[in-house]
Design a protein around this ligand. Structure first.
Ligand SMILES: C[S@@+](CC[C@H](N)C(=O)[O-])C[C@H]1O[C@@H](n2cnc3c(N)ncnc32)[C@H](O)[C@@H]1O
Length: 305
């Protein structure tokens, strides 16, 4: 039923925005000792090889993490400073690699598990049979026992049973592939239910910025929901101005739709109060590293908090 495999897209510019933001969120929430319950409703396979066939098919990481990494090396060699949130995210990614080249890229489950403290818990939902099997095997190899759990269930539904968490502290990442049109309303329904069960959790939703009415409406509807429930929110978008080339047009035709993805966003409810300033410092630098000649831009807007 599902054809989306994150291995084809790992480390692209959308992952850069999502994971840079997610690292900053978890770092902030990790400052308080009380246990944090982290939930990834759409986990993917967990960790990816950037130098193998799936990732090289469309080579999306070339315009994402690999460019960012190269720009950071240049900046450092010139004695200049990299924004803190970018440096933190890059150091985490580099931690999975040996030597100068990046061959391994951690997806959100691996980013979360790296920042997990002994008192924290991580729940990972994944429905794709192959990716769920890979994820389960890799989680088992980590040997963290019951601290991390993989659930082969619909994450939108599964989240309900986890809220509110016993420690009353949670960070939830909602990162569907939007392969199904129903993912857009499902995000809203899931969040409305989650906020009713646990209004003070930190929720982060990734969304594509594409020419589709549902995609266009999603951040607007998320704002309306947050405002109605009187929760602070933050929206950030990154448009690298990527233009589909002849080669990528063929891949888009085969349904590997993220190849042509020019922009994406993150919508956060109850964001850390430090996040907007961190992103405003980080994103101009990220954009300079990833931008194509035309149409690139970034934004951060927020309300409340
Ligand atoms: C964009 S990928 C996740 C990437 C991952 N969060 C990361 O940042 O590394 C979306 C994943 O969600 C899975 N998926 C799709 N619908 C789902 C659902 N209802 N519940 C759980 N997983 C789902 C897909 O199989 C796919 O692996």
């Amino acid at each position: 039923m599902f054809s989306y495999r994150h291995a084809f897209h790992a480390g692209n510019h959308a992952d850069v925005l999502k994971h840079l933001t997610w690292v900053a969120v978890l770092r902030y929430l990790g400052q308080k000792d009380t246990a944090l319950h982290i939930v990834d409703t759409h986990a993917g396979a967990g960790i990816y090889r950037l130098d193998q066939e799936q990732a090289r098919t469309s080579a999306e990481s070339d315009n994402g993490i690999l460019r960012l990494h190269a720009a950071a090396q240049n900046t450092t060699s010139q004695g200049s400073v990299i924004p803190e949130a970018v440096a933190d995210y890059l150091a985490l990614v580099e931690g999975f690699n040996t030597g100068q080249a990046l061959r391994v890229y951690p997806g959100s489950p691996w980013i979360s598990q790296t920042l997990l403290r002994p008192q924290d818990r991580l729940k990972l939902f994944e429905v794709h049979p192959t990716d769920a099997r890979v994820l389960e095997r890799q989680v088992e190899e980590l040997g963290k026992g019951r601290q991390i759990e993989v659930l082969r269930r619909n994450g939108f539904e599964g989240l309900k049973a986890l809220l509110p968490p016993p420690s009353r502290r949670a960070a939830v990442l909602i990162d569907p592939s939007y392969e199904l049109k129903t993912d857009y309303p499902a995000v809203l329904e899931c969040l409305e239910d989650a906020l009713r069960r646990f209004p003070t959790g930190t929720y982060a939703v990734w969304y594509p910025v594409i020419g589709r009415a549902e995609a266009h409406a999603l951040p607007r509807k998320l704002k309306t929901l947050s405002t109605r429930l009187q929760r602070p929110w933050l929206q950030t978008e990154l448009n690298v101005g990527l233009q589909p080339t002849e080669g990528t047009a063929a891949l888009i035709a085969q349904g590997k739709h993220q190849v042509g993805l020019r922009a994406s966003g993150m919508f956060l409810i109850n964001p850390p109060y430090t996040l907007a300033a961190q992103l405003r410092e980080a994103l101009p630098w990220v954009l300079e590293a990833l931008r194509e000649p035309r149409g690139a831009e970034w934004s951060v807007t927020q309300e409340g908090g």
